[in-house]
Design a protein around this ligand. Structure first.
Ligand code: NAI
Length: 301
């Protein structure tokens, strides 16, 4: 089988000055993509800024014969997002791929979750994806082509102690991605989510015995595949860590139906309501409505 190429594709990778983003940028560039290496260059909690990390990764790519530019804007404002996308347009005239990867942590239990811990985390992860993707979307629609990968986390999908701000932002990205998938379909735009596990500065103390195996370069292949023109899926979620790739999906149980439903009916049939046998995986709201209509028809027949 032939190797996959990103020749003539223009990509933005946010937070690409280190960790996972750097690996995504290196892989895409090694396959011919022209890459905007964006990174604010602050600390894990989002404080500070430094063009150094983005500049180093862009240099690494250019030294290896690839094509990249460094960008130090923050994703966390509309102006920052505009500037990052404009950089790609100014350099190469188009934008094919957006990988929203920039992230910070401000962990605290919900009891102690103050505004200064909540707002920056929502601003970088969730609103940041809006701010970068929105201007890119306008171009992608014109081009009738685009690939978007948003970086969620098991902390949001499954829930994790001490991360209400981060978990909410990350699960918010799942909702955003599924709407982008629905709205982008007729324009050739596909959007998917990854939930990575990797040893980076963000996680260095958290991984325990997994730490040696979960090298960040092992997440980049699924991200690059989701960015490739041959990849058929949209609105899906992939878990990636240490070379294991799997799919998360949103399942709906067959449930219980009663047109005269009472409170006690719910109590008495709660097992059936929760029963995971024969679950459905609705691809969108129309599919859930179709299932509801089917249940009504079956009952009325
Ligand atoms: P990292 O800290 O090495 O990378 C995050 C990068 O984002 C940093 O280089 C940082 O400077 C940059 N950044 C932060 N705020 C920014 C802003 N406002 N504008 C532009 N750049 C900004 O950590 P890692 O692990 O590589 O994280 C990458 C993404 O993966 C994050 O979204 C993180 O939440 C997510 N993730 C990572 C997991 C892991 O196991 N490493 C697990 C689940 C999710």
């Amino acid at each position: 089988m032939s190797a996959l190429s990103f020749e003539n594709r223009v990509a933005i990778v946010t937070g690409a000055g280190g960790g996972l983003g750097r690996e995504h940028a290196l892989l895409l560039a090694s396959r011919g993509a022209q890459v905007v290496v964006n990174d604010l260059g602050g600390a894990v909690d989002g404080s500070g800024s430094d063009l150094g990390p983005a500049a180093r990764v862009a240099k690494e790519i250019n030294d290896a014969g690839g094509v990249a530019v460094a960008d130090g804007n923050s994703v966390s404002s509309p102006e920052g997002g505009e500037a990052i996308v404009q950089r790609a347009i100014d350099e190469w005239g188009r934008i094919d791929i957006v990988i929203n990867n920039a992230g910070i942590l401000r962990d605290k239990t919900f009891q102690s979750m103050t505004q200064d811990l909540l707002d920056p985390v929502i601003d970088v992860h969730l609103k940041g994806a809006f701010y970068v993707t929105r201007p890119a979307w306008v171009k992608m629609r014109e081009q009738r082509y685009g690939r978007i990968v948003n970086t969620a986390s098991a902390s949001g999908i499954l829930g994790n102690f001490g991360q209400s701000n981060y978990g909410a932002a990350k699960m918010g990205l799942v909702g955003l991605t599924r709407v982008l998938a629905a709205e982008g379909a007729k324009y050739g735009i596909r959007a998917n989510v990854i939930a990575p596990v990797a040893r980076t500065r963000m996680t260095e103390d958290l991984l325990g015995p997994l730490a040696d195996k979960v090298r960040p370069e092992l997440v980049a292949p699924i991200v690059a595949w989701l960015c490739h023109e041959d990849c058929p899926v949209t609105g899906e979620i992939y878990s990636a860590g240490g070379g294991r790739i799997a799919r998360y999906f949103i399942g709906l149980t067959r449930g219980y139906y009663n047109p005269t439903l009472t409170l006690e009916d719910v109590r008495d049939h709660f097992g059936q309501i929760r029963d995971e046998a024969d679950y459905l995986v609705p691809g969108g709201v129309p599919e859930e409505f179709a299932e509801l209509a089917r249940v009504f028809r079956e009952h009325d027949a």
